[in-house]
Design a protein around this ligand. Structure first.
Ligand code: 6R9
Length: 655
């Protein structure tokens, strides 16, 4: 398979921060010995972890089976357990009065707290309400929720009754929501009247109505009151949770789920076609998220842990809801943005709730860096011990800012590399153990065996100081088991490119000291502000416009977002180029996908660079968008080389 590294590169620095924060030795784990054991005696390692971290209704038989070649991976077969039981019930009575969830609302100063006992009662009422309305074990439920505790409560309620959830990030448009509801033939959707974010209102119920108008499969829409705004209500389909819940019993038994029963599906973008619903199963996912949360964030009794992602993404699933709650910690849910009402919001949050672990994305740090570090001085950040980053490579400059101004040089920075498909962290430093290098995700987690492959022939590049594509040589418990409804696609995207390996889609370098550096995607997936966007999805949104004949979308380096979207479009014969048309095309993408995928640059061009066989030369489009038109390479194989000059001039005009 052809793979060229073209993502944004974080590889600029080899310096080791030798001083491990907090000082080496503070953690009792011997990483090297435990890592070696996790590979040499994998069954022994994972079965011990599974029995000590999870509560089982009945024990499992085989620890692991299946292979990448056959795509039939299964962990802890024949075991019975329940995700919600592990996240909530088993902490009662010991943690009944401990806060499970802190909700920091969009408006500062409006936080609420829910104890584990309260969480159990709330989850049970929602679970009973769902059952009352006909939700049964095995039914898929789409959640389109704001960042309020009810989002986590709804997920846990689904898990409790064995109904896999399919959370759709509330920034997706009605069209995107409709596609996802249809893909899993969901009969049930759960939402709220409205959401709030950064002072803006998101009309969730109206978006759900628009989506459902094309979904005959939907029988019931559960609606939570959040802002209490007046919203349309379809009496034959919609139900108000506020009317159902008071009548529900605050206890509901947990379904005994098989280890390999689907816990949830979550859609993510790939290089081709529509987003894939990655399916995660119960036991392996819970174990891996529990174990990583515990060690990567160095959880201690009484900690307040804050991951400021949205539950609509895998980070929210694994590291706001399941991982922290299984560990019985206090998990904070943040409804707002880092800039609302001002750029001190994160630090206000840390000070107010005495946050010990703070987990965000490099794009947020870069956005805050622009304002200078002064505001971090105004807040007491002394509670912080571990600072995490996820979603994209962190540039060493942002890493240093985070370390110096937020961590005051005393915190561990954990640059966690993982994916929707991996369920949990695969490569990351461990606090108090790993000497950090700014910009490197350092080393594999326990039981994870990464390899760097030569993209040309797929052979393993052994030793240090090598660069290629990143793959995994053995399965880990939380690997996604399939693409919902399309197992062939699962095999062809992840398992077939390099036989015997799981292919990540990322480029990677292992430096002279064995540290891993992610160099970005090697496929046609872009990473804009830590959000995965498939170029094919944006292209299909653009060509759906009557004036567009062809579209090709590429990324270019953008200082805050990491990558920006550059869209080259050619028009149909009748269409007229205008500023209005460009605005319409932007709107078109927002409507098909969501505001987070809004194109940064739209270049209307007379043609696209193609080979004589008609293949679009994306390499050239990328170079032009990156402003590197002096290193285009050979363009002589193009059907019409003159088009390149026009594109260069056009891009220079709009950038
Ligand atoms: C968790 C999440 C996955 C892609 C992944 C990679 C990029 C994530 C990273 C990182 C460098 C890190 N990525 N974490 N790149 N360093 N620490 O983000 O999942 O939305 O599926 O994206 O994000 O390119 O392949 P997802």
């Amino acid at each position: 398979m052809e793979a060229e590294t073209h993502g944004k590169t974080g590889v600029v620095n080899d310096e080791v921060i030798n001083e491990v924060h907090p000082p080496v030795g503070v953690s009792s784990l011997d990483y090297k010995a435990l890592y070696e054991r996790s590979l040499a005696d994998s069954d022994g390692f994972w079965s011990e972890q599974a029995r000590s971290l999870l509560t089982w209704f009945s024990d499992f038989q085989n620890v692991q089976q299946g292979s990448f070649e056959t795509g039939d991976i299964a962990w802890f077969t024949a075991g019975k357990l329940n995700a919600c039981y592990n996240a909530v019930d088993r902490h009662i009575p010991a943690r009944a009065n401990q806060v499970a969830i802190i909700h920091e609302a969009d408006e500062p100063g409006q936080s609420t707290k829910i104890t584990y006992a309260e969480l159990l009662a709330k989850v049970c009422r929602v679970a009973n309400a769902m059952k009352e309305m006909g939700v049964r074990k095995g039914d898929f439920v789409t959640l389109y929720m704001p960042m309020v505790p009810e989002a986590a409560i709804a997920m846990l309620a689904c898990a409790r009754i064995g109904a896999p959830h399919s959370v759709v990030f509330a920034g997706f448009s009605a069209d995107a929501l409709r596609d996802r509801i249809l893909n899993a033939s969901c009969k049930f959707v759960m939402t709220a009247d409205e959401g709030k974010r950064g002072g803006k209102t998101i009309p969730l119920k109206r978006i759900v109505d628009a989506a459902c108008s094309g979904c005959p499969c939907v029988k019931t829409v559960f609606v939570f009151k959040n802002t209490c705004a007046d919203v349309p209500f379809a009496a034959t389909r919609d139900v108000w949770m506020s009317e159902l819940l008071p009548n529900m019993r605050p206890y509901c038994p947990c379904e005994a789920m098989d280890s390999e029963d689907t816990l949830f599906i979550l859609y993510t973008s790939g290089s081709t076609g529509q987003p894939k619903g990655l399916a995660h199963t119960t036991a392996g996912y819970l174990l891996h998220t529990a174990l990583t949360t515990k060690h990567v964030f160095d959880l201690k009794e009484g900690d307040v842990y804050a991951c400021v992602a949205d539950v609509g993404w895998i980070t929210g699933h694994s590291y706001i809801v399941y991982g922290p709650l299984i560990n019985g910690t206090t998990s904070l849910m943040f409804e707002s943005t880092p800039l609302y009402p001002d750029h001190g919001r994160y630090w206000d949050l840390v000070q107010t709730h005495k946050v010990n672990q703070f987990y965000t994305a490099p794009t947020a740090i870069r956005a805050l860096m622009r304002f200078g570090p002064e505001i971090t001085e105004k807040y007491d950040l002394s509670s912080l011990r571990v600072l995490g980053t996820v979603g994209e490579p962190i540039n060493p400059e942002a890493w240093r800012w985070y370390n110096e101004h937020v961590g005051k040089g005393k915190c561990s920075i954990v640059d966690t590399w993982w994916q929707t498909e991996t369920g949990g962290h695969l490569m990351t430093p461990l606090p108090g153990i790993t000497p950090m290098k700014p910009g490197s995700c350092c080393f594999p987690f326990f039981g994870v065996e990464p390899v760097v492959l030569d993209p040309k022939d797929g052979h393993e590049l052994t030793g240090n100081d090598v660069e290629g594509v990143l793959a995994m040589k053995r399965a880990w418990p939380s690997i996604a088991r399939t693409v919902y409804g399309d197992h062939e696609r699962y095999l062809s995207v992840y398992m077939n490119p390099y036989k015997g390996y799981y292919f990540t889609g990322d480029g990677c370098r292992r430096d002279k000291d064995g540290y891993y550096w992610i160099t970005g995607r090697v496929d046609d997936v872009l990473n804009v502000s830590g959000h995965r966007i498939g170029t094919a999805e944006v292209e299909s949104a653009l060509v759906a416009h009557a004036s567009v004949s062809e579209a090709a979308v590429v990324g270019f380096p953008e200082p805050v977002k990491g990558q920006g979207l550059c869209c080259y479009v050619t028009l149909t014969a009748k269409a007229v180029e205008s500023g209005d048309l460009v605005a319409e095309l932007r709107m078109q993408v927002r409507q098909h996908i969501g505001a987070f995928a809004t194109p940064d640059v739209i270049v209307i061009s007379p043609g696209l660079p193609k080979t004589r066989s008609g293949k679009i030369m994306r390499r050239i489009l990328r170079k032009v968008a990156e402003g590197e038109s002096d290193s285009l390479g050979d363009v002589s194989t193009l059907a019409d080389p003159s088009v390149v000059e026009v594109l260069i001039a056009k891009v220079a005009d709009v950038m």
